[in-house]
Ligand binder design. Structure first.
Ligand SMILES: [Cu+2]
Length: 115
């Protein structure tokens, strides 16, 4: 008996969530692609992205000072906390232009265009 292919995909997604330090397989141009954005002192790198609907964006705190994160889909705890080391992966399900920012550092922002 064969398991449906979707089961394998769900397992991969689950592993990526459970172990964010392990890089998930990336396939550029596919809806399941993950883009990594680093929060460095005091910029987001890259500062703009264009992705397909359904893509994931993984925020990685890579700087030595604290940053917070605000934007669509970001849990409130990331805005209220001064975070030093954390990752957050969001799945972007709607087309449009999104903006994420650190409110502690003016100009520390990311714009994402979801196609
Ligand atoms: Cu910041």
């Amino acid at each position: 008996m064969h398991r449906p292919a979707i089961a394998s995909i769900l397992v991969l997604v689950s592993l990526a969530v459970a172990a964010p330090a392990i890089a998930a397989p990336q396939a550029p141009g596919r809806a399941s692609a993950t883009s990594t954005v680093k929060l460095i002192d005091s910029v987001m790198a890259p500062s703009s992205l264009t992705v397909r609907r359904g893509a994931r964006v993984r925020f990685v705190w890579a700087g030595s000072i604290a940053h917070n994160l605000s934007g669509p889909g970001v849990p409130r705890s990331y805005l209220t906390a001064r975070v030093r080391a954390r990752t957050l992966t969001l799945t972007l399900r709607r087309k449009g232009s999104l903006r994420f920012l650190c409110t502690l550092h003016p100009g520390m922002a990311l714009r994402v265009r979801v196609r």
